[in-house]
Design a protein around this ligand. Structure first.
Ligand code: UT7
Length: 328
């Protein structure tokens, strides 16, 4: 059996269209100063009309496959983490399988909101280490702009679209891969981020649309406190499990939800800001996609080297949270 997995290739894709804070000032009662000071976001990317999450996923996946020197037909499993699936059925992973021509792959979606990529890594790690799958494509893709209420200034300034992908393969080295992980959930607080309409509870009707139930609702203030607490606890748990100290971490990649959440988490963990990867200013919160996009950008920027210790830390709807400690 393999001892671990390793990341054979990374990729990311951001739609071309940029929506700046100045653009938002013309849409809702907000301003650049408030958004910058309260969130750290300056701009975000927006998918085109008719461009679903699967299109973003496929673009990111193609780059990851190229970097891993693999043909889509060699992939035996595709996992897509998303809360903005193209349709409720089929899964976005099946749509991606078809668009890529990855005809030999099983396909399923993971619904863990912003923690989806971290949840996916843990699932992939188990499946690969059990010898069940050998060439796995893990993608996180979101088109949050399609479920954003553009009249709600408390959420629309935060969200953006994007996708990140990783190709995972078995490794027989005990010096690389996933060193420790933790996943958690608090379903009792699920109401703090939810999309009430269009599911089996409130099937889509004229009434659900009139009541704007098909848009994401968020109770930002409540989430803020839980976000910092969960991110810090999850990170401490994986560091304890792997017997590493904050000073051993080479790069900390937290979920990009709010710059103040990132600052507070890094401070409480004792990780200096120069070791924290930040791109929230460019893309806002792209839910599950923030971590793989950041991982890809960090790698391409030369901020990840062989042997480095990388801490991934996520929190989001569900509520869900999870952290992974990777040795590169
Ligand atoms: O992806 C994971 C899940 N999401 C999160 O983790 C999000 C966590 N929460 C947050 O990031 C922050 O709570 C927000 C950025 C959403 C809000 O920041 P805040 O500092 O918690 O602001 P607030 O909700 O307490 O609102 C403060 C004021 C309010 O005005 P009053 O009542 O004090 O007069 C809001 O109405 O700011 C007002 N406000 C705005 N003003 C200008 C809210 N949104 C805006 C806006 N522009 N876009």
């Amino acid at each position: 059996m393999p001892k671990n997995f390793k990341i054979a290739g990374l990729g990311s894709y951001l739609p071309e269209k940029i929506l700046t804070n100045a653009d938002l000032e013309k849409m809702v009662d907000t301003n650049d100063k408030w958004i910058t000071e309260r969130t750290g976001i300056k701009e975000r990317r927006i998918a085109k009309e008719g461009q679903p999450s699967s299109d973003l996923a496929v673009e990111a996946a193609k780059i990851a496959l190229k970097n891993a020197s693999l043909d889509p037909k060699e992939i035996d499993l595709i996992l897509v983490a998303t809360i903005t699936s193209d349709m409720l059925c089929p899964s976005t992973a099946c749509v991606v399988q078809d668009k890529l021509g990855a005809t030999n792959a099983a396909a399923l979606d993971i619904s863990a909101a912003c923690s989806g990529f971290v949840y996916g890594l843990v699932v992939c790690h188990s499946l690969i280490c059990q010898g069940q799958y050998k060439k796995v494509l893990l993608i996180a893709a979101e088109t949050l702009s399609k479920i954003t209420d553009w009249k709600d200034r408390s959420t629309c300034v935060l969200l953006g679209d994007g996708a990140g992908a990783a190709v995972l393969i078995p490794s027989n080295s005990d010096k690389e891969g996933l060193l420790a992980s933790t996943l958690g959930a608090m379903g009792s607080a699920g109401n703090l981020i939810c999309l009430p309409g269009g599911g089996s509870l409130n099937p889509a009707t004229h009434k659900t649309v009139d009541e704007r139930l098909h848009y994401l609702k968020m109770q930002g203030n409540e989430l803020f406190k839980l976000a910092v607490k969960s991110l810090v606890e999850a990170a401490k748990t994986v560091m304890q499990k792997a017997k590493v100290k904050p000073e051993d971490i080479n790069l900390f990649i937290p979920h990009q939800a709010n710059m103040r959440i990132i600052n507070a988490s890094a401070t409480r963990l004792g990780v200096p800001m120069e070791k924290v990867f930040i791109n929230i200013d460019k893309y806002g919160n792209t839910s599950a996609a923030t971590i793989p996009i950041a991982l890809d950008e960090a790698f391409r920027a030369g901020r990840i080297k062989k042997g480095d210790l990388i801490l991934l830390d996520a929190f989001g709807g569900g509520l869900t949270w999870g952290a992974c400690l990777l040795r590169w």
